[in-house]
Design a protein around this ligand. Structure first.
Ligand code: AKB
Length: 330
């Protein structure tokens, strides 16, 4: 009965005419500003609140509302939800795979305690909650080519462990309390806003170094195949998934991807624009992480259930990144 009451109160359906108020946590990471821009076009500048514990640049602050939010401060989060009448939370705060290994206690706090706070908050105020997961939620026991939506998940990084934890807790709160929890497992995301602390980041750095110096030293072996997608596809997948009516979703956690490539294949495509690009390979501890991750990600369930379709293949991705990174390094 309690579940039903939550479900019906949870209609939480919004449109461009009746826009949701959206809070983005950790919004100064790789995805936050671009996500805010995307949603502000759809729902209006004032309805998308960026937040972080970091001071924004003048230009970021000028783009729309920006507030301080510490995801470890539950009361502070409650105050934000109430005073800003928040409907949806997009919870981006997290330490990524490589940096998480360097500071496990901090990763536990941010990635696990932070998720406890936002899940409980979303339950209390009946918010729709999106938490990204990752290819990193799989491990060496998972099938790697392809990796299906439901399979063994025994990750070996604290990042992966925290993301499996988020997936399971969100699904549990959905079944137990009717929480409108939504989660996509993203591959490496390629954008001209550099990421920080991940294993798939090499693919972004290659563009910057190639266009700046014509040389790149890669911390993964040339044949390391990993799933990837361009940020434009990533943000659109998030928004499309977030706006699927709740009763149309067969599950709450979906794999999404666009392509898979190796450093060698990326360099080859990039040589169309930087013909003399020299790439050397010096694998470090991130190689071990990559070796435990999916090589090819099976996102057929997302394609079937809510119509996911990527637009960027390797050729389009490289063309776009060369243009965007090129404009920055001039
Ligand atoms: C990382 O490499 O840690 C992230 C991810 C794939 O989740 N980019």
């Amino acid at each position: 009965d309690q579940q039903r009451r939550h479900r019906s109160a949870d209609a939480n359906t919004h449109t461009a005419e009746d826009p949701p108020k959206i809070l983005i946590t950790g919004s100064l990471g790789q995805l936050g500003l671009e996500m805010a821009r995307f949603l502000r076009v759809k729902y209006g500048q004032e309805n998308v609140l960026m937040s972080d514990i970091i001071k924004p640049t003048k230009s970021t602050a000028a783009e729309g509302p920006y507030i301080f939010a510490d995801i470890l401060d539950f009361k502070g989060l409650q105050e934000i939800v109430v005073s800003h009448r928040i409907d949806w939370i997009i919870h981006f705060s997290a330490l990524l795979s490589a940096v998480g290994e360097q500071n496990v206690p901090l990763a536990v706090r941010v990635n696990i305690e932070g998720v406890h706070n936002v899940i409980e908050l979303a339950k209390q105020y009946r918010l729709r909650l999106f938490v990204p997961s990752t290819i990193g939620s799989f491990g060496p026991d998972s099938p790697r080519n392809p990796t299906p939506n439901v399979t063994v998940q025994r990750p070996r990084t604290i990042y992966g462990v925290s993301k499996v934890h988020a997936e399971l807790l969100g699904e549990y709160y959905h079944h137990r309390f009717g929480l409108d929890f939504r989660c996509l497992r993203f591959p490496g995301v390629i954008s001209s806003d550099p990421p920080g602390g991940g294993t798939t980041d090499y693919a972004v750095f290659m563009f910057f170094e190639a266009l700046r110096t014509g040389k790149f030293e890669c911390y993964l072996r040339p044949d390391t195949r990993l799933p990837m997608m361009h940020i434009t596809d990533c943000l659109r997948s998030l928004w499309e998934f977030l706006t699927v009516p709740p009763d149309q979703l067969r599950r709450r956690v979906y794999n999404v991807t666009a392509m898979s490539f190796t450093p060698e294949e990326l360099a080859e495509e990039l040589r169309k624009y930087v013909p003399h690009l020299q790439v050397s390979y010096k694998p470090d501890s991130r190689q071990l992480i990559a070796d435990s991750w999916p090589q090819v990600f099976d996102d057929s369930e997302a394609r079937k259930d809510w119509g996911w379709e990527h637009k960027y293949n390797l050729e389009e991705l490289v063309k776009t990144m060369v243009r965007e990174v090129g404009a920055q390094v001039q």
